[in-house]
Design a protein around this ligand. Structure first.
Ligand code: G3I
Length: 359
């Protein structure tokens, strides 16, 4: 008996894509849309998720020209013990990026979080400098020529720590003073002179949030000092973890800040873009519309600045979103901060990205 179409398709699907089903028009690759505006587009990923979920890996490969290691290149992933490096996950991500023909934006060489338990809370100046220089030299030289850019120092500014220079009182600052920034950038540059070196931070985006207005000023002062001292810094990273429930106030103050950064001869990367919907009321359709509008309004301003060269989202699908995981919704539904939904289908946010890249 000739198998019915359904059985045939079922059988076929088990073996190969069933040619008989008319595939919905595939969503245009975001990386190609971004390239038409002269930018790179990518996302943060975990290598084990790409290996475990071929459909997700295919979505990333189609839409992303940059991969960012969400956790694989952090100290706690690379350094299980004081004298031991474990590059397994980081090497896997590098291989995946190569297979996809994607660049790597390395994340992150120095941060006050994701530090291994064995790291002393308050190392001596000598010990802290040895740890910093050894780590950065070892990691950057291993990926020399394969990681095109690095988040060298992440989240260096914290005005609530009340320092006159606005720097965060991290273990690195306590042990080494503000010089830790120069040490980090100089060590990374010596290990790979071609890599673009970035200072990345959050809370630089909204026009009308007073602490963000102040933080932009502090960041500019820090950048001016680093540039004045001839430090090898090439870009500023705006993490851009945006809030769906906050009115999308992105206008001249943000545009002026971007221009002031560019006037220092620096590029600008949006390094961790997402839009939390955890506090948004309403059904998924309404939340998706607000999230998409927030992506659009932010990028409408950002993409007017020619010095903006790369846009990376912090994940690509709601199927895997640390933001959705870390900020659960009160109604128990899963967050929807990403451009693609948990079934890997494009949401209004994906259409918003396509539109702003094409404007
Ligand atoms: O892999 C272990 C797993 O084996 C273990 O069972 C589980 C429970 O303890 O933890 C897992 O590790 C977690 C890891 O994410 C992978 O899921 C860590 O505990 C958890 O702390 C880690 O969180 C990451 C966080 O940075 C801290 O490193 C998030 O995934 C990551 O999205 C987040 O990303 C940061 C950027 O690096 C910097 N900017 C802010 C951004 C969002 O917080």
């Amino acid at each position: 008996m000739r198998p019915t179409r359904r059985r045939a398709l079922a059988g076929g699907l088990a073996l190969a894509a069933a040619p008989a089903i008319a595939q919905p028009a595939a969503f245009p690759p975001l990386t190609q849309a971004a390239a038409r505006s002269g930018r790179l587009f990518g996302c943060a990923v975990e290598p084990h998720r790409l290996d475990a979920d071929p459909a997700f890996a295919a979505l990333v490969a189609r839409h992303c020209g940059v991969l960012v290691p969400e956790n694989a290149m952090k100290w706690n992933a690379l350094r299980p013990a004081p004298e031991t490096f474990d590059f397994g996950a980081a090497d896997r991500l590098a291989a995946q990026a190569k297979a996809m023909g994607a660049r790597i934006h390395g994340h992150c060489l120095l941060w006050h979080e994701a530090l291994p338990a064995w790291l002393p809370n308050d190392p001596s100046r000598r010990e802290a400098e040895r740890l910093l220089r050894d780590h950065i030299a070892r990691v950057v030289s291993r990926y020399r020529g394969r990681v095109a850019s690095w988040d060298v120092v992440n989240e260096a500014v914290e005005r609530n720590d009340r320092r006159p220079d606005g720097l965060r009182i991290s273990p690195w600052l306590r042990a080494l003073g503000p010089d830790y920034l120069a040490m980090a950038f100089e060590t990374a540059h010596a290990a790979d002179p071609a890599a673009r070196l970035t200072l990345s931070d959050y809370g630089l985006e909204y026009d009308d949030v007073s602490w963000m207005v102040e933080k932009r000023g502090t960041m500019l002062d820090l950048l001016r000092r680093l540039k004045r001292d001839g430090r090898p810094i090439h870009a500023v990273g705006l993490q851009a973890h945006l809030l769906g429930e906050r009115p999308a106030a992105f206008g001249q103050p943000l545009a002026t800040f971007l221009r002031q950064v560019a006037d220092l001869g620096l590029e600008i990367y949006v390094t961790e873009l997402d839009v939390k919907d955890q506090a948004l009321e309403g059904d998924p359709a309404r939340r998706d519309a607000v999230v998409a509008d927030t992506y659009r309004r932010f990028l409408d301003v950002v993409l007017r600045e020619p010095a903006v060269r790369m846009i990376n989202t912090w994940g690509l699908s709601d199927r895997y979103s640390a933001t959705a995981d870390f900020f659960p919704r009160a109604d128990g539904s899963k967050g929807r901060p990403m451009p693609f939904d948990a079934d890997l289908k494009p949401k209004l946010a994906a259409h918003a990205l396509l539109t702003v890249f094409s404007d």
